[in-house]
Design a protein around this ligand. Structure first.
Ligand code: HMG
Ligand code: MG
Length: 311
């Protein structure tokens, strides 16, 4: 298998997946979930966020979650940080990687982080400097890359501008995000190719929500364009509190099933991952919403033995 045939999955379930749950999962529940995700082979897991607990109470206790994995220095365990206050708290909790998050849409920026796009970039600048000094890696998100819940269509030029700004500031990777899942494959590829004109393709990731059932198709289009890093959430959990009606990210197990079938390595054991999806769904009191975990649950943990294409 060549590097061309490898994909790195950034598991965002413990953060994006849980930040919108009506009944928050407690810290021991989140730690158990992350342990299961790591045991299934995921080596990059976004474990929480250091945002205002008044804005997103579900992520309170992210310091305790992070502390539980302090010894796992071989893993990448980023946490979301919106400002210097969040950075200092994340650093004190032992974060070795953070993610800053901006938007390509002004309205979403205001609703999500209470400032304009340019104000957010200025806010991140000292965070980036402090992170560089502390040896903390920084990932950057650009929300609303394919549509905004408040403004509708978003100009790809805005996505390019914000992505390039975050990359120039020092983000090692830009996660181009379909916050409300309105992208479709031609547009998915078009935006990624536009961003790749200013940020190397090797520094791009794609983060898709599956609101309209387009997530896997969009991922495939972006893979064909050259992207090799995809964000996903176990069980298809998730949504953004500031994007009404938006549903979860692409389910990690659905993504792994597709990539397994295409002969593309992820290092993830599908059965172990499905067991985590079922366990988390049980903790949240509902059946898993992903295709693959549903089959896994209904067949007593067996599923089918392969994705067609693997043999
Ligand atoms: P603000 O009210 O403008 O902040 O919120 P402020 O600086 O005026 O401070 C107000 C209060 O918040 C103060 O407390 C601060 O100390 C406190 P008070 O004096 O009133 O008691 N505060 C904090 N507390 C803890 N941690 C902090 C922090 N900062 C201030 N870091 C702020 C601005 C950014 C804080 C707020 O808007 C916020 O927390 N927003 C978070 C929004 C969020 O987490 N959204 C979901 C994640 S983004 C997402 O899901 C999209 C993504 O998945 C990609 C995609 O799909 O598009 C990444
Ligand atoms: Mg998201």
């Amino acid at each position: 298998m060549t590097a061309q045939d490898q994909v790195r999955i950034v598991e965002v379930g413990p953060r994006d997946g849980l930040q919108n749950e009506a009944a928050p999962l407690d810290v021991p529940g989140r730690v158990a979930m992350i342990e299961g995700l790591i045991a299934s082979g995921l080596s990059t897991v976004e474990v929480g966020s250091f945002v205002s607990p008044r804005w997103v109470p579900q992520m309170a206790g992210s310091d305790d979650v992070l502390a539980a994995f302090a010894h796992r220095t071989e893993l990448r365990l980023p946490v979301l940080v919106p400002n210097m206050k969040g950075f200092l708290a994340a650093k004190a909790a032992g974060a070795r990687e953070i993610a800053v998050f901006a938007s390509a849409s002004e309205s979403f920026s205001q609703r999500n982080i209470n400032c304009s796009i340019d104000e957010s970039l200025e806010r991140f600048r000292p965070v980036m400097d402090a992170a560089a000094e502390a040896g903390i890696a920084v990932r950057g998100y650009v929300s609303c890359a394919w549509g905004c819940p408040y403004e509708g269509a978003v100009d790809p030029a805005a996505v390019v501008r914000v992505s390039a700004a975050l990359h120039a500031m020092g983000c090692y990777e830009i996660s181009v995000s379909d916050t409300i899942g309105t992208g479709t494959p031609t547009a998915a590829r078009g935006v990624i190719e536009a961003v790749a004109g200013s940020v190397p393709m090797s520094a791009l990731a794609v983060h898709v929500h599956d609101t309209y059932g387009q997530a896997l198709a969009n991922i495939l289009a972006c893979f064909q364009a050259g992207v090799r890093v995809f964000d996903a959430s176990v069980g298809g959990l998730g949504g953004c509190p500031y994007a009404k009606g938006a549903t979860g990210n692409v389910a990690t197990e659905d993504l792994v099933f597709m990539l397994d079938g295409m002969g593309i390595g992820t290092g993830v054991d599908l059965r172990r991952l499905c067991a985590v999806a079922v366990d988390v769904s049980n903790r949240l009191g509902r059946p898993p919403s992903s295709h693959v975990a549903r089959v896994f649950a209904q067949t007593g943990g067996e599923g089918y033995p392969f994705a067609t294409g693997t043999t």
